[in-house]
Design a binder for this molecule. Structure first.
Ligand code: FES
Length: 95
């Protein structure tokens, strides 16, 4: 039997615990142009969706500043995927 150090167990626990709490991050731009294009309402809808649907606890919403796609707002990024003119059904599909 190969001896396993305490360090291994500790790191193993860390890996396990970070996997257990893995969540998708939904970055929503709250810059000036995206506000004009309805990001506040979208943000409210996303938070509502995360409270009641099967996505509960699986996603985390993060408000961001301008992501430099102002003309195509509201801007959302989910797992490095940019969604221009984001809508709730599209976000629900990607989550
Ligand atoms: S204001 Fe949202 S991308 Fe610039």
């Amino acid at each position: 039997m190969v001896p396993i150090s305490v360090d291994y167990y500790y790191n193993g626990f860390q890996i396990y615990s970070s996997m257990a709490t893995y969540r998708k991050f939904i970055f929503v731009c709250t810059g000036k142009d995206c506000k004009r294009n309805g990001c506040k309402e979208l943000l409210k809808d996303i938070k509502g969706m995360l409270k009641v649907s099967e996505h509960k606890g699986k996603c985390k919403v993060v408000k961001t500043k301008c992501m430099d796609f102002c003309k195509t707002g509201p801007m959302v990024v989910i797992n490095s995927e940019v969604i221009k003119r984001a809508s709730l059904p599209e976000i629900r599909e990607k989550c």
